[in-house]
Design a protein around this ligand. Structure first.
Ligand SMILES: Nc1ncnc2c1ncn2[C@@H]1O[C@H](COP(=O)(O)OP(=O)(O)O)[C@@H](O)[C@H]1O
Ligand SMILES: [Mg+2]
Length: 250
């Protein structure tokens, strides 16, 4: 590993401890008022906002570390149910903007109920019942990071709907994330995977993105031996398709 890379990774890693201290402090003040004294409703709102942002920051730190690991060829394979991966990713994303829905999703016991609840947020999930119950073998953290970024973008740029499709075929798992937003003109289809590129850097969006964006997603997909495709015409929404090879059980 290059010296510069190690320095950056160490720095990112060292952000974890102070972050954990901030999170623990805020949580204690909110949940242990008998010890720390009562807080007002207004104060609680501020605490909650601060805590949400601590979570965003924790995810960012985790994502940055994962990217560094990925570049060094480090993978961690495990067997995990697709249902857990999809559920945890969506709960985590929505928790930052709508805690009521994310709590509802967390409690869903079956696919039908989960789909219905997602529809309240304009998110359409398509996956076979059989596939939902299936376990796959891959690097779960990396796939979660990919999905989180694509879904956050879709939610940020959509007009009203986002569709998530999940399929398995011939040793691959295929995720497609589609929105009905302004889309991406063909001239930018390559550029948007460059670091720090934004189509319209001046636009104000009501939902902020987090994670390291499409450039990071591309790195992870390639490191896993997968591929990512973009289908989009201006004004027609965008569809990102990610195809990841599955590992065979050992
Ligand atoms: N679903 C989408 N619809 C339209 N434009 C998109 C979409 N996803 C990404 N983009 C464009 O690609 C750029 C890069 O995306 P990304 O790397 O995730 O960065 P960020 O979300 O932080 O702006 C975005 O700024 C936006 O211009
Ligand atoms: Mg983004």
């Amino acid at each position: 590993m290059r010296r510069e890379r190690i320095k950056i990774d160490l720095l990112i890693h060292d952000l974890k401890v102070p972050l954990a201290v901030i999170e623990a402090g805020l949580t204690s003040m909110m949940n242990r008022q008998e010890k720390y004294g009562p807080i007002t409703e207004k104060q609680e709102r501020v605490f909650k906002r601060a805590l949400r942002n601590t979570k965003v920051l924790k995810t960012l730190v985790g994502d940055a570390l994962e990217l560094g690991r990925s570049r060094e060829g480090i993978v961690f394979f495990s067997n995990f149910p697709l249902a857990d991966l999809i559920k945890e990713t969506l709960v985590e994303i929505l928790d930052l903007t709508d805690t009521v829905i994310s709590e509802k999703l967390r409690k869903c016991e079956n696919l039908m109920h989960f789909k219905k609840t997602l529809e309240e947020k304009g998110i359409i999930l398509s996956i076979d019942e059989a596939l939902w119950g299936q376990k796959i073998r891959q690097d779960e953290t990396k796939i979660k990071q990919i999905l989180r970024n694509l879904l956050n973008n879709a939610l940020k740029y959509r007009k009203s709907r986002v569709a998530l499709n999940v399929n398995c075929e011939r040793g691959f798992v295929i995720f497609s994330v589609q929105d009905d937003g302004a889309g991406i003109p063909a001239a930018y289809h390559k550029k948007i995977f460059d670091c720090y590129f934004q189509l319209d850097a001046t636009s104000t969006c009501n939902v902020r993105g987090h994670g390291l964006g499409l450039a990071g997603v591309m790195v992870l997909v390639e490191d896993m031996g997968g591929e990512m495709l973009l289908n989009s015409d201006e004004g027609q929404g965008a569809k990102f398709i990610v195809k990841i090879p599955l590992m065979v059980d050992t």
